[in-house]
Structure formats: structure tokens, C-alpha cells
Design a protein around this ligand. Structure first.
Ligand code: ZN
Length: 323
């Protein structure tokens, strides 16, 4: 286990044990925390920061069900802080990346009646023989070649223009040329993502709200204007197609520098009201609703850890690390 991972686990427990988690000095109705899952697993864990096993998930959801006020995103709005009467800490549960393991393990969310926002990178869920599907995989592959990450905006813009104007035959050729050059493949590219048809079915579930997570899952602050516009507007188009909720968006990667005012303004124009980062911040009535924080859930169950989490222990942790 990496030092950082171990620290994150025991920091929350320690803070809670020492009575230092802010929970003890703050009214729990004045904030809520949002947590974030990616992949679920029936057996071994391959990605310790992204994956939670089924038995641990069962315990975590049971804990939330018994001890916390779980927010339903279908009925969430700006009046939350005025209308929240719950004495328990409030939690909003989100899942990123549209992975098929979520559908396979969704019975556990049903068992404890935990509603979720499921953030979908739509382009990677489309069939590869559709134009937007192939284009998204090409744009994803571009950033899986290490040196392309460092290229300037002009190079990226020229690349996007070339892809946008290409015929299907040309796109297939571009993709086959890019694939062998990838030297830093993101886990998302090796996962089985849910199809648009399955997502459409899932969106009918009263516990599932779909939100946008872009098309090709790039660092949005690292792409030129036209590319950014395409990522946002096209993903919202597909979100509407599957009956998702336009007001929710999650920034791919979601670290501090992946978000800026230009992106936020574009999201606002598209009707997005709540956009989520991956920085460990609780939401209060003063929070920027287009830059809400989230805490990544780990494959770990300990009641004190979850009480610490509910009490905003991670916020302190992030501050100490100056994240
Ligand atoms: Zn993601």
C-alpha cells in the first residue's frame, strides 16, 4: 500500500479518535459531503485508488444507510441548506466513468436504497463504429501518448481540426496509427463501459441519475476552445438522449488545475448547476456550486474511518498536504 493511501485511511480514524474531526464542533446540517466511486470488484483489487470490492461496498453502504442522511439527487436543489432538517451528516453518492461493474453490483445500492449520480464519459460508451464513438477514442488515445500532453495548444487544435474534418475511413486510419504509440494508457481505456442502450435503461431506475463526464475524458483545462466546446456540448446531447439530468457534471480527473472559469462559464451556459471536482471539500451554502468537492472511496471499511469522513476529516487532510 502506498504511503499516501495508508495516510488517508489512518488520518480519518486518528482524527476521529482524537475528537478532532470538525463534526464535533460544527452543526452537521450546515454541510454535506460527496463521495466518489469508480470500479467495483467481485474479487481482487487491481487499482487501489479506483476500485472497491463487493463485500467492502456492502459494509460502506450499510453504514451510510444506518448512520447518515443520503441525499437523493433527483430531489436536490439550491434550497438544500435551508430545508435540511436531518441531525445526521448528509452524504451524496456519485460514481464516475460508466463502468460495467456498476450495473453488475447495483443490487447492493438497491438493498440499502442508496441513490447515486452516475457520471458518464459518453464518447467512450458509444460504439466504436459510430463517428462520435471513434472520434472520442482517438481523442482519448492522443493523450495516452506522453509527449502529446506537453504539446502546445496550436498542435492540439490542429489535431482536433484534422479529426473533426476526417471521413470515417480516415478516422479508422488515424486510430490505427495512434494505438501502438500509446505509452501511458489510462485504466479507463481497458475497462468495459456500459452501452448507451443499457444507460438508457438504467436512467429509468429511481435510484440512478445520469450526469455528464465529457466525451473522451480529457483534462479539460488542457484542450483548446473548439475541442472543449465539442466535449461539453456533444456529451450534453447524449445525456439528454439517455434521459440524464443536465444539471450535473463531473470534471474528468477533477484536480484543482483541471478546472477554470472558462470551463465553468461554458457549463453554466449548457444548464449545468452542480459540477464536481475530486478535491476533498465538503459543500456548504458558501461553496461554488460549479466546483464542489468529492472524497474518493477506498477499499476499506472501518466505522471510525467513515465517521471521520462524515465529519470532514479529509478536508483537514487536504489542507495539510496543500492540495
Ligand atoms: Zn473519470
Amino acid at each position: 500500500m502506498g504511503l499516501n493511501l495508508a495516510l488517508r485511511k489512518y488520518f480519518s480514524i486518528g482524527l476521529n479518535l482524537a475528537g478532532l474531526a470538525p463534526r464535533f464542533w460544527e452543526d452537521s446540517s450546515s454541510y454535506f459531503i460527496t463521495v466518489d466511486y469508480h470500479y467495483l470488484s467481485g474479487h481482487e483489487i487491481t487499482f487501489p485508488t479506483l476500485e472497491v470490492s463487493r463485500d467492502i461496498l456492502d459494509k460502506q453502504l450499510n453504514f451510510m444507510h444506518r448512520n447518515m442522511h443520503v441525499i437523493n439527487p433527483k430531489y436536490f436543489d439550491k434550497n438544500f441548506f435551508l430545508s435540511n432538517q436531518s441531525k445526521k451528516s448528509s452524504i451524496l453518492v456519485t460514481i464516475d466513468d460508466g463502468d460495467s461493474s456498476i450495473q453488475e453490483n447495483f443490487d447492493l445500492f438497491r438493498k440499502y436504497q442508496i441513490p447515486i449520480i452516475f457520471f458518464i464519459p459518453f464518447g467512450l460508451c458509444l460504439e466504436i463504429n459510430s463517428r462520435d464513438g471513434l472520434m472520442s477514442r482517438i481523442l482519448r488515445s492522443f493523450f495516452e501518448i506522453e509527449e502529446n500532453k506537453l504539446s502546445n495548444f496550436q498542435v492540439k487544435e490542429d489535431f482536433f481540426k484534422k479529426v473533426e474534418c476526417a471521413s470515417m475511413e480516415e478516422l479508422k486510419l488515424i486510430y490505427s496509427e495512434l494505438l501502438p504509440l500509446r505509452d501511458n494508457i489510462d485504466p479507463i481505456s481497458n475497462r468495459a463501459l456500459l452501452s448507451i442502450d443499457v444507460l438508457k435503461e438504467m436512467a429509468k431506475d429511481p435510484l440512478i441519475t445520469l450526469g455528464s463526464h465529457s466525451m473522451s475524458h480529457p483534462v479539460l483545462s488542457g484542450i483548446p476552445e473548439k475541442w472543449l466546446d465539442w466535449e461539453l456540448t456533444t456529451s450534453v446531447k447524449y445525456l439528454q438522449m439517455v434521459q440524464g439530468d443536465n444539471k450535473y457534471f463531473a470534471y474528468p480527473y477533477g484536480f484543482k488545475d483541471s478546472i477554470n472559469n472558462n470551463i465553468k462559464n461554458k457549463l453554466k451556459e449548457l444548464g449545468v448547476e452542480y459540477a464536481f471536482s475530486t478535491r476533498s471539500m465538503a459543500a456548504t451554502s458558501n461553496s461554488d456550486s460549479l466546483e464542489l468537492g468529492r472524497i474518493g472511496m477506498l477499499n476499506f471499511f472501518n466505522r471510525r474511518y467513515l465517521y471521520g469522513l462524515a465529519g470532514r476529516a479529509f478536508e483537514v487532510f487536504d489542507k495539510i498536504l496543500l492540495r
